[in-house]
Design a protein around this ligand. Structure first.
Ligand code: PNS
Length: 149
């Protein structure tokens, strides 16, 4: 079984996340969309909502499972026997940031490989923070998420 963990805050899940997960579906037998909970971080949307939206979007994809974890991503990978961490890259800033995290994770868990998929250029400007900003100011966020916030 090729098992991947797609970690994130998903505050909220965007069509950018969705694209990465759909592109990864043919590559893995199972993908855990794993919400990393940090007790010190303030989220915009409650955990239950963030979980529910992801479940709703991937209701017809049996290979996708929503999970919540505390602590290190690599520890969660070991818990579910995943040998891959999946992350999306939109631009070189994402790459600069992600390669250090991937290296730290590799040193913590050499058996877990981080796999990067590129987002399409049309979605390279999409982010959860953009959606949160629009939501706070009653802007139209509907082209960035596939459910009602
Ligand atoms: O894409 P996001 O929302 O910024 O992702 C956040 C998340 C959950 C992936 C990140 O905070 C995380 O990896 N948390 C767990 C702690 C960890 O394993 N850090 C990397 C090694 S130091």
């Amino acid at each position: 079984m090729r098992i991947a963990v797609f970690p994130g805050s998903f505050d909220p899940l965007t069509i950018g996340h969705e694209e990465i997960i759909r592109k990864a579906l043919p590559l893995f037998d199972k993908i855990y969309v794993a919400i990393g909970e940090n007790a010190n971080k303030k989220y915009c949307f409650p955990l239950e909502k963030r979980q529910q939206w992801i479940r709703q979007v991937f209701a017809h994809e049996p290979a996708v499972e929503v999970a919540v974890y505390k602590g290190l991503t690599v520890d969660f990978c070991r818990e579910v026997n995943a040998h891959f961490i999946l992350r999306g890259l939109r631009n070189s800033m994402d790459f600069q940031y992600e390669k250090d995290i991937a290296e730290a994770n590799r040193r913590l868990a050499p058996e877990v490989e981080t796999i990067f998929l590129l987002s399409s250029p049309e979605l390279a400007h999409v982010s959860s923070s953009l959606v949160r900003e629009l939501y706070h100011h009653q802007g139209n966020y509907s082209e960035y998420v596939s459910f009602e916030l």
